[in-house]
Design a protein around this ligand. Structure first.
Ligand SMILES: CCCCC/C=C/C(=O)SCCNC(=O)CCNC(=O)[C@H](O)C(C)(C)COP(=O)(O)OP(=O)(O)OC[C@H]1O[C@@H](n2cnc3c(N)ncnc32)[C@H](O)[C@@H]1OP(=O)(O)O
Ligand SMILES: NC(=O)C1=CN([C@@H]2O[C@H](COP(=O)(O)OP(=O)(O)OC[C@H]3O[C@@H](n4cnc5c(N)ncnc54)[C@H](OP(=O)(O)O)[C@@H]3O)[C@@H](O)[C@H]2O)C=CC1
Length: 283
């Protein structure tokens, strides 16, 4: 689909790059010639991922970092600069989330999600943005949000995530304008359902719930990680250089399904329509 040198020698930092969607994005970037730095809290997960991801060549530097802690974020970039000498692209992918009635949440539970998603993304963005501005270097930042942020509707039962991801999207759009003069581009992706261990263990704890969610998707399937990875490759590449401040939704049409007043009529059979039509025409 892409030129094999699309991301040649680009140094790309991916938070949460050892698991799920972050890892899939990283694997695609490696195939396109990038050099990776992956960061998250669990060193053993990063180490295993880096080993497995480089089995066919390529370079993956890993460094443990809790993005909630600004001093660890500074240390992370110090380590990446010491290793690669530069960063070209940042993917803010790390997140925390779980379903819960909001009234059951403790303040620590709220903080745990807000601090990873909103504060962590902000700290990463700020630390690297300052470095790029000082170096007079251009670059691209890609933020992974969610459909309930991109639609503006939010969502019950994941309210800390909904509030934090909406904040990340606002960060994306605000800096797209403010930092354009430095050659720093901001983009976002809003994924719908992409089954991963991290998300499904916390958000889709039963098969029945998974089926119910899938039925909401007009294309009647979940997304493949490779589909999201291809979009993430295009958006950070120079081929997308004029896209700034946009969020691209990739959800099989799920959010639109919920938004259209009459979309549930898709469940009606031809016989149902024959009966309804006859009834309406008889009036
Ligand atoms: C289906 C379509 C997908 C929709 C969109 C998906 C979006 C995503 O973001 S998916 C990404 C999912 N991946 C992750 O969440 C990975 C990282 N998550 C975590 O590490 C934990 O889940 C975390 C967010 C809770 C953070 O972990 P940690 O910092 O270790 O926090 P603690 O375990 O100490 O818990 C802090 C606080 O939160 C309370 N809590 C934890 N889980 C729940 C829960 N399921 N329900 C209610 N409360 C919960 C926990 O009890 C602590 O509070 P206190 O007890 O008051 O101390
Ligand atoms: N899967 C899906 O259907 C959807 C996913 N998304 C988004 O996609 C992204 C990836 O999610 P997914 O791959 O499914 O889930 P994962 O749980 O696999 O990914 C979350 C990653 O974030 C890392 N992380 C969590 N907390 C921190 C922290 N404090 N500091 C550094 N890293 C941290 C985790 O690593 P560690 O625990 O080692 O720190 C993990 O690698 C997220 O932004 C999520 O919101 C959006 C919509 C749908």
């Amino acid at each position: 689909m892409f030129r094999s040198d699309l991301l040649r020698d680009k140094v790309i930092v991916i938070t949460g790059g050892g698991t799920g969607l972050g890892r899939a994005i990283g694997e695609r970037y490696l195939e396109l010639g990038a050099k990776l730095a992956i960061a998250s809290r669990r060193k053993d997960v990063l180490q295993t991922a880096a080993q497995e991801m480089t089995q066919n060549g390529g370079e993956v530097f890993y460094h443990p970092c809790d993005v909630r802690d600004p001093s660890q974020v500074t240390e992370l970039f110090d380590a990446i600069y010491a290793h690669y000498g530069k960063v070209d692209i940042l993917v803010n992918n790390a997140a925390g989330n779980f379903i819960s009635p909001t009234e059951r949440l403790s303040s620590r539970a709220v903080d745990s999600v807000l601090n990873i998603v909103l504060h962590g993304t902000f700290y990463m963005t700020l630390e690297l943005g300052k470095r790029w501005i000082e170096e007079k270097k251009s670059g691209t930042m890609l933020n992974i949000v969610t459909t309930y942020a991109a639609s503006g509707a939010g969502s019950g039962f994941v309210v800390p995530s909904a509030a934090a991801k909406a904040g990340v999207l606002t960060l994306t759009r605000s800096l797209a304008v403010e930092w354009a003069k430095y050659g720093i581009r901001q983009v976002a992706i809003a994924p719908g359902m992409f089954p991963t261990e991290g998300a499904w263990s916390r958000l889709v704890p039963s098969e029945e719930m998974g089926e119910r969610l899938l039925n909401r998707v007009p294309l009647h399937r979940a997304g493949n990680k490779s589909e999201l990875a291809n979009l993430a490759a295009f958006l950070v590449s120079d081929e997308a250089a004029y896209i700034n401040g946009e969020v691209v939704t990739i959800d099989g049409g799920e959010w639109l399904q919920g938004a259209g007043e009459f979309n549930e009529l898709a469940d009606l059979t031809n016989e149902d329509w024959d009966q309804l039509s006859a009834k309406m025409r008889s009036k």
